[in-house]
Unconditional design. Structure first.
Length: 177
């Protein structure tokens, strides 16, 4: 059995604010929404997705209250390339947020928070596998060539540093694929 991540359900305080942020800043669309409880029609769930094959990647239910912060450290979303990571960072800054660029060696990420403080990561894969955990800051103004060179310099001597294709091939063999 191979499990693939499908979706997350988040308890939120303000459904309208959260849906607006995820639509406007991150490009999600509401695929469905409706009442969770016929006796309480105001208790609504919103389903959001960016992918035509997935009814929802996120669902939000406004029952979080003012209690403790979320128990989720962060939700991570993969994008195709560094240009998309940078585009998200630009949108976060335009929305008043502060993206934190992190180079994991195997991925180039920006971390930030949504309006209720839930941690989010948007990343693209780098061309290499690097044993984790690793985290080094990088400058959003760097070109992809500069970031590639810096990644090789900073992580190239790490144990198991190798092209991502070689790492994936070894994992396929290990899992019988």
């Amino acid at each position: 059995m191979a499990l693939r991540w499908s979706h997350a359900v988040m308890y939120v305080r303000d459904l309208a604010t959260m849906v607006d942020f995820y639509e406007r800043v991150l490009g999600f669309e509401v695929s469905d929404r409706g009442s969770l409880d016929a006796s309480n029609p105001d208790l609504e769930i919103a389903f959001l997705s960016q992918i035509d094959t997935d009814h929802h990647q996120l669902a939000m239910v406004p029952i979080r209250g003012e209690g403790p912060p979320t128990t989720i450290n962060h939700l991570a979303f993969r994008v195709e390339d560094l240009a998309e990571v940078k585009a998200v960072a630009t949108r976060i800054e335009a929305d008043g947020g502060t993206p934190k660029p992190v180079n994991h060696g195997n991925a180039w990420s920006v971390y930030f928070s949504d309006p209720e403080g839930n941690g989010l990561e948007v990343f693209c894969d780098s061309p290499w596998h690097v044993r984790q955990p690793q985290a080094k800051a990088w400058d959003l103004a760097m070109s992809e060539d500069e970031l590639r060179e810096r990644t090789q310099t900073e992580f190239g001597q790490e144990p198991d540093f190798q092209p991502m294709q070689a790492y994936h091939a070894a994992r396929r063999r290990r899992f019988g694929g």
